[in-house]
Design a protein around this ligand. Structure first.
Ligand SMILES: *[C@@H]1O[C@H](CO)[C@@H](O)[C@H](O)[C@H]1NC(C)=O
Ligand SMILES: *[C@@H]1O[C@H](CO)[C@@H](O)[C@H](O)[C@H]1NC(C)=O
Ligand SMILES: *[C@@H]1O[C@H](CO)[C@@H](O)[C@H](O)[C@H]1NC(C)=O
Length: 206
């Protein structure tokens, strides 16, 4: 019998690392092995799951994630998709960031794209310069992102919301929106709360 210690164990670890790099499978082993190399940069990375009114009934639940239709690691509009390898995010100093790799970390921005008090605000990855009518000009400053247990909340002044709306924009493209004040779901949109169930906290000695 060959030894079951040492080399075979290392081989398994590197296979897991390769699998998690290629597919970004949110398995605990993958993320924790990976975060050891990025831990000095980020305080805890996570995929963000979008849960709608159907809840998470195991018979019908299809996981949906906060993601983007555009190329991974590029600025773009945020959307909720059935992404088999969802992107990673983290919160630092009340800002929400998309973590792509060590050299590409993009802030999530909230835009007043419609310039209307009635319509919701739109989320982008990056500053929105590359996404048509959204730009640095339309960014709404002063928002705070935080976790309330597993649930993501956005605070603006004295208002706070855990509700996000997946809606089609004028061009038929999907976007993710929010109302700083809790409000009814806009027509044609689907309401979600956003959750992190496996945040990896960096302890400083991974
Ligand atoms: C990080 O991702 C960007 C965008 O995909 C890519 O251009 C860059 O080479 C990557 N950097 C590293 C260190 O992998
Ligand atoms: C968006 O812009 C409009 C027009 O400037 C303004 O009335 C509205 O209050 C803004 N909404 C938010 C949430 O800042
Ligand atoms: C992003 O959203 C904006 C505002 O709704 C829209 O004008 C633009 O076409 C969208 N861009 C992409 C690439 O989906």
């Amino acid at each position: 019998m060959p030894s079951r210690q040492g080399v075979p164990h290392l081989a398994l670890v590197s296979i897991l690392a390769v699998i998690s790099t290629v597919f970004s499978i949110p398995v605990f082993e993958g993320i924790s092995a990976w975060s050891s190399s990025i831990g000095s940069l980020v305080p805890g990375v996570t995929v963000i799951e979008a849960i709608g009114s159907g809840g998470t009934d195991p018979l019908t639940y299809v996981p949906l994630y906060m993601s983007t239709e555009g190329p991974r690691g590029s600025p773009g509009n945020v959307s909720v998709t059935r992404d088999p390898s969802p992107p990673l995010f983290y919160i630092a100093n009340n800002e929400l960031y998309h973590f792509h790799n060590e050299s590409t970390i993009l802030p999530i921005q909230v835009h007043n794209s419609t310039q209307s008090a009635k319509l919701p605000l739109q989320l982008t990855i990056g500053d929105g310069e590359a996404t048509g009518k959204l730009s640095r000009r339309t960014i709404v400053p002063g928002g705070n992102w935080r976790w309330q247990g597993t649930m993501l909340r956005y605070d603006q002044g004295t208002t706070s919301t855990p509700l996000f709306f997946s809606c089609q924009d004028a061009n038929g493209l999907m976007g993710l929106f929010l109302h700083p004040k809790p409000s009814p779901t806009p027509e044609g949109c689907t309401a979600f709360t956003l959750h992190s169930f496996s945040r990896v906290k960096y302890s400083g000695e991974l």
